[in-house]
Every structure is written in C-alpha cells, then in structure tokens.
Design a binder for this molecule. Structure first.
Ligand code: DAH
Length: 345
C-alpha cells in the first residue's frame, strides 16, 4: 500500500511539474492526452485497485480520486490562464482558419436612382436636364419668381438664411435685402437660371435638393428633393401641361394610376394647380407638388415677351414619387442610412 501511495504521489508531482512547464495551447493539449486522455496516466490509475489487497482498496480508491481531481483542476486552471494571456497579447485571438467576410458592394441611393429614372423618362419626352446652385440669392429664390418683399414665404422662420461674413447678423423683424443668401427652398429658382441663359423654345427638367426648416416626421424632412419642369414656347397651353403630367404619371406609376388636379395658388404661376396621386397602400390622395402656367411677370423678368411666348412648369417631390413607386412608408428611411433599407433597391 505504501508503495502504491508513493507511486500515486509521484505521478501527481510529475503532473504538476509538467503542467508548470506548459507555455502554449499545443503543449497543454499534449499534457491532457498524456495524463487525462482515455489512455492517460491518471485515467489508468484505477487499474492499481485490481492488484491491491481487499482491505486497502477503499483507501487507495480515495487517494486515486483525490489525485485525479487535483490534476483535472490544475489542468483547467492552466487552460484559463493561457486563454487570458492569449487575449491580452492579441496572439491566438486571430483565428487564421476562419473564412473571410466578403466586403459588401454598395449601390446607388434609391433617391438618385429615382431621379435618374425621372430625367431619363422626361428625356424620352424631349426634355433636357439642368441644375442650379443650392445656395441661392433672393433674386432667384423670390424676386424673379414674383414673390414680393413682404410675402410671408420670405419669413426667416421658413427659410435657412445664411449669414455672410460681410454682413451684420440679422435681427428678428429685419427685412431681407436683395443681397441676402439662403439655401434654396424650391428648384423653381433654376427656372430663372435657365431662362437667363436660354431663349425659347425651352423644355427642361431640373432635379435637385431643397431646404426648409420643417420638423422631421414620417412625411417631412428639412432637406428633400424636387423635380422641376419648365416649358416655354409659342402657343403653350394648360392642355400641354396637363397631358404631359398625366403621361408621366401613367408611364412611371402604371397606366391605371389615378391623379387629380386641384386649383391652387403660386406667385410664379397663373393659373396654378396642385397634383395629387392616389396611393393604393394608404388608401388616400397624396400631393406630388404644384404646377401652373408661368406668370407673365416671371417671363418678363427674364426678358421673354409674354405676348409672344407662354410656358408651364411643375415642381414635384422626388421623395413622394419614390414612396409611391416603391411602397416606402416613412420619408426618414431615405436619410437614415440603414443598409437593410438601402440594399433593397
Ligand atoms: N416651387 C413650388 C414648391 O416648392 C412647387 C411648384 C409649384 C413648382 C408650381 C412649379 C410650379 O414649377 O409651376 O412648393
């Protein structure tokens, strides 16, 4: 018995010494196989019981169990130590056998895609495309569009006026001077810029960003996009306006799409109307934007004789168009940059 106990103690000592020398997971695995594996030294200790005298079996069994337990505990402790050290040093934290993650391929933003589809569609109807600056002066955003100085549309609360370095800060109640700059509130500004450069016949669409200090909700952003159209030629009538818009609506949303024109008012058109499209999924009319016959004052400001020429124009919200086309229910999705949304288009 004394022999057997001494032998077991020796094994426990050897195991402890060998474990102390283990420095990496590979050596630890060698240790595990040697001592704790199914043919390991510790696993085989119970064989000693076979040859032991009967009255000593119980005591020897206890000894074997306690040594087995101790080696297992020391092994687990070593394993935890190595894992911690590996994490701290950054070694072994990288699993070089892990398959790589494929980088995701980006795609064009849904709004840009819709804007392209629209300019392409109008392109087939003979419209060219124009753009203009987002930082505008009051002449193009208001004055030339027949919006007089005292008009409520020029209220500082409804516009993002910019402070210029050569200008004293605006005080509430101050009236705008014509040199004032602002973020354009409508793409109608570009109608003026086109007519300043080009003589009729004009047939142009203008996609672009506009800015208004609106509170953000499911249908409003303080920055959104419009598609503007302007046609100026001899004998242009409201019939051309209406038929072109209906042609667009049927071509883009489908031939059965319902739309309606409601009489409205805009300073730069006379007569004016608002265009609603029936949104199937919401079961209600949604306004796409405004339209009308270009006001003679606007033509005159751009040196186009309203006795000789007439024109029509519209300005529609591109977000609204995209929402109707693709069944998007909240305008905020466009700007939240959630790839789960963006990837769908
Ligand atoms: N600029 C107007 C707006 O932002 C929309 C609009 C109305 C544009 C009538 C037009 C038009 O070209 O003729 O509310």
């Amino acid at each position: 018995m004394a022999d057997a106990v001494a032998q077991i103690d020796q094994i426990a000592q050897d195991a402890a010494a060998e474990l102390a020398a283990v420095k990496d997971p590979a050596a630890l695995e060698q240790f595990r196989i040697r001592y704790l594996g199914s043919n390991g030294i510790v696993k085989k200790l119970p064989e000693m019981l076979r040859t032991a005298p009967r009255e000593q079996k119980a005591a020897l069994g206890q000894k074997i169990n306690s040594v087995k337990k101790r080696v297992e505990e020391e092994f687990e402790a070593k394993k935890a130590d190595l894992a911690k050290a590996g994490q701290a040093s950054g070694k072994d934290a990288i699993d070089v056998t892990e398959p790589g993650r494929r980088p995701q391929i980006g795609n064009k933003h849904i709004l840009m895609k819709v804007a392209d589809e629209l300019t392409e569609l109008f392109g087939r109807m003979g419209f060219s495309t124009a753009t203009g600056p987002e930082v505008e002066d009051e002449f193009h955003n208001f004055i030339a569009l027949n919006i007089p100085r005292q008009h409520p549309a020029r209220d500082p609360l409804d516009n993002f006026y910019l402070t210029r370095s050569d200008q004293a800060t605006r005080r509430p109640g101050d009236h705008a001077t014509s040199t004032e700059l602002l973020l354009r509130t409508q793409t109608s500004t570009v109608q003026i810029r086109v007519m300043e450069k080009q003589r009729p016949p004009i047939r142009v669409v203008i996609p672009g960003r506009v800015y208004r200090p609106d509170t953000v909700d499911a249908t409003h952003l303080f920055m959104f996009h419009q598609l503007e159209a302007l046609v100026v030629d001899r004998n242009v009538t409201m019939v051309d306006l209406k038929s072109t818009i209906m042609q667009f609506i049927h071509a883009y949303f489908g031939p059965k799409t319902q739309a309606r024109f409601r009489p409205s008012f805009f300073p730069f058109t006379e007569p004016s109307a608002e265009v609603d499209v029936w949104f199937e999924d919401r079961n209600r009319w949604v306004e796409l934007g405004g339209c009308g016959m270009v006001h003679p004052n606007v033509l005159r400001t751009c040196n186009i004789d309203p006795e000789e020429y007439s024109g029509w124009a519209f300005g529609f919200g591109i977000e609204r168009i995209a929402m109707r086309k693709y069944g998007i229910t909240d305008i905020r999705y466009f700007v939240e940059n959630d790839v789960r949304f963006l990837r769908q288009f």
